[in-house]
Design a protein around this ligand. Sequence first.
Ligand SMILES: Nc1ncnc2c1ncn2[C@@H]1O[C@H](COP(=O)(O)OP(=O)(O)OP(=O)(O)O)[C@@H](O)[C@H]1O
Ligand SMILES: [Mg+2]
Length: 263
Amino acid sequence: MCKIISIANQKGGVGKTTTAMNLGVALRLQNKRVLLIDLDPQANLSAYLGFITDDGTADELPTISHLMLSAIGQVKKLNNIKDYVRHSKINNIDYIPSDINLANADFYLAGAIARETVLKRMLSDELIQDYDYVIIDCLPSLGILLMNAMVVSDSIIIPVQAQKFAFDGLTMLNNIFEQVKSTLNPKLYIMGILPTVVEHTNVSNRIIEQLTERYSDKLFNTLIHKSTKATESTIRNKSLCLNKSRLGEEYKTLAVEVIERTA
Ligand SMILES: Nc1ncnc2c1ncn2[C@@H]1O[C@H](COP(=O)(O)OP(=O)(O)OP(=O)(O)O)[C@@H](O)[C@H]1O
Ligand SMILES: [Mg+2]
């Protein structure tokens, strides 16, 4: 059975995209079949994977916004759902890219019937049955796209920066989670809270202590430390797990925990 995992936190820059990419590739290295979905109009994950739109070379290719807008008749849906899937050779992973048009989704979906279930309806069994894991990289906002991600997911991973203001917004995120769980998706659960950008400082240590107090067994054992390798890896369009680095090893350890938690 395919497990769908959303990487979510409406706070910006906490490591959602870095986690989606490197957890995905780490799961591939464990021989799992993985599909990454970029659900952010900023399209950072797509860029990380080497999907190019700036110079026009990938402009004709379908994206997640085509797929979502096709659900409400704004564009024509491709006959074969698998035509939405691209493949990153360097990272040996399948993905559905995003583009800036996804920024209009809130507007287009506002008047649509059952607008929280669009993604669920579009990600047909025919597509996801080929994978063990689908990982959705969410955008930094609490809106209709995040709800769509939560409705289609089995679980959520919440990256939290072990820095000042780490807890900002977690209550609001939990509210949306509870609403989705009590209405459209009762099976949804929080798989884990992932401390990111961890440093050997008093602030970082305190945040980890507080996270442990508040979330105990929900907290992953793996900590993702701060490293300049994270940004370097996005520039090279290559996962941290494919070169020797501490951060890459941490994401590989996280993948083992994720496999355990979804067993
Ligand atoms: N462990 C880390 N150490 C240092 N820098 C990191 C780490 N993880 C991510 N970064 C860098 O921090 C920035 C934000 O990370 P990322 O894009 O993964 O966050 P995000 O939560 O997806 O952001 P957004 O909310 O904008 O989508 C990027 O430049 C990334 O390379
Ligand atoms: Mg991101």
